[in-house]
Design a protein around this ligand. Sequence first.
Ligand code: GDP
Length: 174
Amino acid sequence: MIKSKMEGRPQANELNNEVPDYTWKIILVGNKKVGKTSITNRFCKDTFVEEYVSSQEVQLNRKNLTIEGTDKWTQLHIWDTLGQEKFKSLAPIFFRKSVGAFLVYDVTCKESFAALKGWKEQLENNADGKIITMLIGNKVDLANKEIPSEVGAEFARENGWGFLEVSAKTNIGI
Ligand code: GDP
């Protein structure tokens, strides 16, 4: 969509397209190991790693997308949360200026679903009231599902959020 290096003399229309029309910050929140990094990697790089790599720092990925039906494009800045123990002090910076949030749980882990209440409070306390939120149940490729789809859908409905069940591993819904 965008040329990283322009050969020769740049054309006016190329220059015009060098700067994003929009820059949107999107955040992923949820317990450790629910698959936030995996979802981001699948979406941004189309990769998946089976081993768990603990992320001690904020992960920031960028992805450029054209906006359907227009000649405009946006650069998404996708932020992934830290381990919970470090999170509190950084929460204000993490949530600052974000326009979209994905609340992520693991459909095979009740604990991660129960923890959403706390993550919802974090969102309410730190994010802009206009933030668009979507609930994501990850790992639907696994057979040992503990949270039925209806339970996830109902929780999203109660809160006025969107809802999707996905698999970063098999690329369902990403
Ligand atoms: P994070 O701590 O929330 O960022 O979680 P990670 O993305 O690091 O994932 C934690 C573990 O779950 C890793 O071992 C991943 O390989 C695994 N995982 C992530 N997404 C999926 C998925 O959709 N299906 C399965 N089966 N495993 C997944």
